[in-house]
Write a protein that binds this ligand. Structure first.
Ligand SMILES: [Zn+2]
Length: 100
């Protein structure tokens, strides 16, 4: 097996959310690991799937604050809050989608 030079331990379930045992660890290249947490914080992989399904709807416009609120709602499995966020998130005019 090829040895990676810069490898980080990643907890599948964050210790802050109850993950602690050895079976909970994967080893990730450090750049990938940093990118993962930049995008997904301490979400679980099944939460990320739901999050991406909501965020990657064509035409929706998400800013940093809304994405963070959505992450927190997904982690709490707060379906009412998720629904509200989706309804409040404007579908942007196709003309305004790209920064000129
Ligand atoms: Zn990690």
């Amino acid at each position: 097996m090829r040895k990676l030079k810069f490898v980080n331990r990643h907890h599948l379930r964050p210790t802050s959310r109850g993950g602690g045992d050895r079976n909970n660890i994967v080893y990730l290249d450090s750049k990938f690991h940093a990118a993962y947490h930049f995008l997904f914080g301490n979400m679980l992989k099944e939460e990320i799937l739901l999050y991406l399904e909501i965020v990657m709807t064509p035409g929706m416009t998400w800013n940093h604050k809304l994405l963070y609120e959505l992450q927190e709602a997904v982690k709490r499995r707060d379906m009412n809050r998720i629904q509200t966020l989706v309804e409040e998130t404007e579908l942007c005019d196709p003309e305004d989608r790209y920064v000129r």
